[in-house]
Design a protein around this ligand. Sequence first.
Ligand SMILES: [Fe+2]
Length: 282
Amino acid sequence: MGQVAYTKLSQHTGVEIHGVDLRKPMDPDVVREIYGLFVENCVVLFRDQDLTQDDLVRATANFGELAEPARPTEFRPAGMQRMNPKIMLITNIREDGKPIGALPDGEMWFHHDTIHRPLPTKATLLYSVEVPTYGGETVFSNLFAAYDELPADLKAKIDGRMARNAFSFNSTYKDDPNAVAARNEAVHPAVRTHEDNGRKAIYLDRLMSQEVIGLSKEENEEVLNRIFDHIEQPKYLYEHKWRKGDALMWDNRSSIHARKDFPADQIRLMWRTVINGTQKPV
Ligand SMILES: [Fe+2]
């Protein structure tokens, strides 16, 4: 019997964990149980937290090795220089007209964090410090469930194939003219087998996946668009409406997420930590 109380947030995606104060040291059995829920449900949510930057770093370390922010120094905005180096500042706050954090504005298409790197990160943890009165929701999709229900003709197109993924820093949709030139690319399996539970998940997303290698240009266009439409269906989604003090951790091996638009004249400020991947996608 588990000792962690939780409720499901949607049919396939996300659970809310109850009764855990992330400032406190966590019993290893509790960590194991929460990690199991995270692997099966792709997203775990802890509400009503009150964390310092150091608390957030310590809480993240329960679940794996913290990554240093991957962003090259020249793309690290001013506000981040004042943060704990393990935390990325995500905000639309500006000083002298320049954003002080990363990914400042508006909508962002569905993606896996760092699928564009050779060893993608395992998990991302986002903690909300200030939220707008509406908008800015993060939407998650469970790609185990989406793979299980993928039509057979699409499965046949991607099973056993590799895909090319790319990202330009600051781009929030494909071919975004605001993207800076530095571009990262990595080739990974189009279907990924999760190292913790052995389940298969689609490993493609609308923002970063460029092509399935071995398919023609026309075939890629058709296959990828059908897969993106399939994995973004409402039945797989959990849409998180942020409240101040939410800490939410998601699995980058088995889920994608997107950000909805929010009012430019309201502040949104989040702290983000990242857990290193432990093996290359297979
Ligand atoms: Fe992201």
